[in-house]
Design a protein around this ligand. Structure first.
Ligand SMILES: Nc1ncnc2c1ncn2[C@@H]1O[C@H](COP(=O)(O)OP(=O)(O)OP(=O)(O)O)[C@@H](O)[C@H]1O
Ligand SMILES: [Mg+2]
Length: 493
């Protein structure tokens, strides 16, 4: 059959690729991927406003490239998805360097040094627009950015990527200083999250700086916090490859020392948005939070009550198709066959997270009774959604004794309370304003809580209990069980 060669028009295709959906932070993360794949131990980012003509430099101390290699690296779709990658290679499409860079800027210059030879090539969109259809790569360092490649001179090898004529992919809108500074903050938070295992975790160590300031890792699981509950790691089979899954239940808000620590733990997008699955490819985070469409007939959504649940999924770089890894490496979707297992694991984590969320920070041992006397019982079988007052609570049992034949009034009153618990109102308040403050956190609340406990001790003594037994009973009673040194305080007076 006769055939024709119809190569794409360079100008049109590159302009279209600019709209792939990168943001400044996802674009820069894609370049850091390349530095990691080149075995760099440090990546220094400079984002310079430059009086309204911003530029960005990404300099690494990785292996660098010889001329042939750099030319290939500049090719759109160079080493594509079909080739087998080194296990440490974070690349896949052969596009990131070009599409990520040119989504933000109109000129991309790459200088690379290897074996003491420095080579430079440059994609200039304005030049391509003039030449039209030709894929014309410029050779050498443009004069006006030459000084920005200086960091290479002091290194045996490495790569410097320079973006200039930055428009952040917007045709009409000029960048503003305010927007630029906000962008730098987003970049910092994003890289701290995406590469947290490289910056301070279990991956090969990497140092990243932005304008000279070192980025610290943001660990989504707060593994160093004593109140985080890790679940056992599970290994699943995904198309013959092993993937590892581990759930974490984060500490209740009351367990943070101050509001800043609580907010920082929430993450770049806040507590509610950051719950759910965290999918990693070679320890590089692809997607942070969300339930990936899992959850039976009605997929789970990001509810307040499950916001303490975060689940880590570790993938190798050999199952990209099965997981639908997208070009920006910002999305992943689990294959059908794995969904039931992920639902089971996540269901367990969500259940515990919900208990922790509603129990004001007390570490909940789901299977072990904790010996605490509670007045409320939630969903006693066979009721599906009911909150009932325990008739066997010591105080109520005493009251019933006192009332003797008149205890019917007590039961009627209790039942009325149970049937009118303002669940909707409590729910709404919790969603809008966060969970209620635990009683006794402030000095005033603390002393009124103590007074109330002392009152109950006295009542119990009047009813015939000896002092020591009354104190023990009250110390086990919710909410007094959460008061530090409650037994000592009650014994004092
Ligand atoms: N900082 C760097 N140091 C050394 N080599 C690099 C660097 N950046 C890119 N390369 C080389 O250029 C090639 C092309 O990079 P590019 O990001 O375009 O594609 P990729 O990383 O292979 O795949 P992906 O599109 O998934 O990122 C890489 O495979 C790598 O060989
Ligand atoms: Mg890449």
């Amino acid at each position: 059959m006769p055939s024709r060669q119809i190569p794409p028009s360079a100008a049109a295709l590159i302009e279209s690729l600019r709209g792939t959906g990168y943001s400044l932070e996802t674009a820069l993360a894609d370049l850091v991927d390349n530095s990691i794949a080149a075995a760099a131990s440090s990546v220094d980012l400079i984002l310079e406003w430059n009086e309204g003509n911003p530029f960005v430099i990404i300099a690494d101390d990785g292996a660098g490239m010889m001329e042939d290699c750099l030319v290939e690296a500049m090719r759109f779709g160079g080493a594509g998805p079909a080739i087998t990658r080194d296990p440490h290679d974070l690349g896949r499409f052969g596009l990131g360097l070009k599409t990520a860079s040119l989504s933000q800027s109109r000129r991309l210059t790459v200088c690379s040094k290897r074996d003491d030879v420095t080579t430079t090539f440059c994609w200039d969109l304005d030049h391509i627009r003039k030449t039209g259809d030709a894929w014309e790569l410029l050779e050498g360092l443009p004069q006006d950015v030459a000084h920005l490649a200086a960091s290479l001179s002091g290194r045996p090898s490495g790569t410097v990527v320079i973006w200039d004529r930055i428009d952040f992919g917007r045709l009409r809108e000029r960048p503003t200083l305010k927007g630029f500074l906000a962008g730098i903050e987003r970049v910092e938070r994003h890289l701290a999250m995406v590469f947290h295992r490289y910056l301070g975790g279990d991956a090969r160590r990497l140092r990243i700086t932005i304008n000279g300031v070192r980025i610290k890792a943001w660990d989504p699981y707060l593994e160093d916090h004593g109140a985080t509950i890790p679940r056992p790691e599970q290994t699943l089979d995904s198309g013959g490859e092993r993937i590892r899954v581990r759930g974490f239940i984060l500490p209740h808000p009351d367990r943070f020392t101050n509001a800043t620590a609580l907010e920082a733990a929430g993450g770049p997008n806040g507590w509610a948005a950051q719950q759910g699955f965290y999918v990693y490819r070679q320890m590089r985070l692809l997607s942070a939070g969300g339930w990936l469409g899992i959850g039976g007939t009605r997929a789970w959504t990001r509810e307040e009550f499950s916001r303490l649940a975060r689940i880590r999924i570790d993938l190798p770089n050999t199952i990209d198709e099965d997981w639908h890894i997208d070009i920006r490496k910002a999305q992943a979707r689990p294959p059908e066959a794995l969904r039931p297992q992920l639902e089971r694991i996540a269901g367990d984590v969500r259940k515990i997270a919900r208990q922790v969320f509603f129990h004001r920070g007390r570490r909940v041992e789901v299977t072990l009774p904790d010996g605490i006397t509670r007045i409320w019982q939630v969903n006693p079988p066979p009721a599906a959604r009911r909150y009932v007052i325990r008739r066997d609570h010591p105080l109520l049992a005493m009251l019933r004794d006192r009332l003797g034949g008149g205890s019917g009034v007590l039961d009627a009153a209790l039942e009325l309370m149970e049937r009118t618990v303002p669940v909707d109102r409590i729910w709404l308040d919790t969603v809008e304003n966060g969970p209620p403050v635990a009683p006794g956190r402030d000095p005033e609340g603390y002393s009124s809580l103590l007074d109330s406990a002392r009152g109950i001790v006295r009542t119990m003594m009047v009813a015939g209990l000896d002092r020591a037994s009354a104190i023990t009973a009250v110390a086990r009673m919710e909410p007094f069980d959460a008061v530090p040194d409650i037994v000592e305080r009650l014994t004092e007076g």
